[in-house]
Design a protein around this ligand. Structure first.
Ligand code: SAM
Length: 292
C-alpha cells in the first residue's frame, strides 16, 4: 500500500471530527488541520507492521482483533441504522459539556451531522466489537454515547448477560441513542444521562469490575486523566481501556503520553485513531505503534 493511500482515508475520516470543533473557532481551523496532518505524518514515520512485533500477546491480538477481517451480521444491522441517521435532517439542541464547550454550550445540530462527525467509523466500530469479543468482556463502560453507534458495536459483541454502561451529557442526543438501542433490541445497555463528572462515580459504584472502557468524550487533558484515574481501581489483569482521538489536539497527545507512562499500564498500542492500554502484570512494559 502506498503512503498516499494510507494517509488519505484515515486523514479525511478523522478530519471530519476535527471540523466539528474548529467550526466554533474558525480562525484556528487551518492551524488545527495542519497540526493534525503533521501528527499523522509523524505517526506514519514511526509506526510498525505486525512483522516487527515480538510480544506473543500483541501478535495474537493483531491477528485476532486488529487486522482480523471476519464479518459479523451485527455489522450490517449497525451500518443500516447509521445510513438512516445520515439521512435524518431533524435538528436537536445540543448541550455540549466536552472540549470547546465554553464558547457555545448550547446549539442546534442535525442528527445527520452528529452521525457524520461524532460517531465512530465502521472500522473503529468493528475493532470495538472484536475487542469486546476477544476479551470476553462482561462489564463494559463508555464515556460519550452520542447516538449510540459505538455502544451498539460493543453491545452486539458481548451477549445478553453482559452489561454496557454508557454515559451521555446531552439529553436530546441521549434520547436518540435510547431509540437506536430499542430499534436494534439491545437490552444489555444501561444509558446514564448526565455529565461524566456526576455520573461516573455513581456508575462505577454499581460495577464490580471493568473489563473494557471506551473514553470518547470531553477530549481535554485534565478531564481525560481524571476519568482514567477514576476507572483504574476497577481495572484487572485482562482489562482494556480504549482512548479515542488521541491525536485530536495537543492536549490529547499530552494526556495519551501521561496515560502510557502510568505505572499500572503495562502495554499500550497506538493505532492513531485510538489508543489501547492493558494492565497485564506478567508483561514487560512496552509501547507499540501500529498501522491501522
Ligand atoms: C465523540 S461523541 C461520542 C461518540 C460515540 N462514542 C460514538 O462513537 O457513537 C462524544 C459525546 O460525549 C458527550 N460528552 C462530552 N463531554 C461530556 C461530559 N463532560 N459529560 C457528559 N457527556 C459528555 C458529548 O455530548 C458527545 O455526545
Amino acid at each position: 500500500m502506498g503512503a498516499g493511500q494510507l494517509v488519505c482515508p484515515i486523514f479525511f475520516e478523522k478530519i471530519s471530527r476535527l471540523r466539528t470543533s474548529t467550526k466554533k473557532n474558525p480562525i484556528f481551523a487551518p492551524v488545527n488541520t495542519i497540526n493534525y496532518l503533521l501528527r499523522y505524518l509523524q505517526f506514519l514515520a514511526t509506526a510498525k507492521t505486525k512483522y516487527y512485533i515480538h510480544s506473543p500477546f500483541v501478535f495474537n491480538l493483531i491477528n485476532e482483533v486488529i487486522y482480523d477481517k471476519r464479518h459479523y451480521y451485527a455489522f450490517d444491522d449497525i451500518a443500516l441504522l447509521r445510513e438512516k441517521l445520515l439521512q435524518n435532517k431533524h435538528s436537536i439542541t445540543i448541550a455540549d459539556y466536552g472540549a470547546g464547550s465554553t464558547r457555545m454550550p448550547k446549539h442546534q445540530r442535525r442528527i445527520a451531522q452528529i452521525a457524520t462527525h461524532s460517531s465512530v467509523s465502521d472500522k473503529v466500530g468493528r475493532l470495538l466489537f472484536k475487542l469486546a469479543l476477544h476479551q470476553k468482556a462482561q462489564h463494559l463502560l463508555e464515556l460519550g454515547t452520542a447516538l449510540g453507534i459505538s455502544t451498539l458495536y460493543q453491545a452486539r459483541a458481548v451477549g445478553a448477560n453482559a452489561c454496557i454502561h454508557t454515559i451521555e451529557g446531552c439529553p436530546q442526543t441521549a434520547a436518540y441513542a435510547k431509540r437506536n438501542f430499542e430499534v436494534l433490541t439491545a437490552t444489555n445497555i444501561q444509558l446514564h444521562v448526565g455529565r461524566f463528572e456526576t455520573q461516573l462515580p455513581k456508575v462505577l459504584a454499581q460495577m464490580p469490575t471493568l473489563d473494557m472502557v471506551l473514553f470518547d468524550g470531553n477530549h481535554r487533558k485534565m478531564p481525560t486523566l481524571q476519568y482514567f484515574e477514576q476507572c483504574l481501581p476497577l481495572a484487572h489483569e485482562n482489562s482494556v481501556f480504549i482512548f479515542d482521538d488521541i491525536y485530536w489536539s495537543a492536549e490529547m497527545v499530552a494526556a495519551w503520553e501521561q496515560i502510557k507512562q502510568h505505572p499500572k499500564v503495562r502495554l499500550s498500542i497506538d493505532l492513531f485513531r485510538v489508543g489501547l492500554v492493558f494492565f497485564k502484570t506478567d508483561q514487560a512494559k512496552e509501547h507499540f505503534k501500529l498501522y491501522f
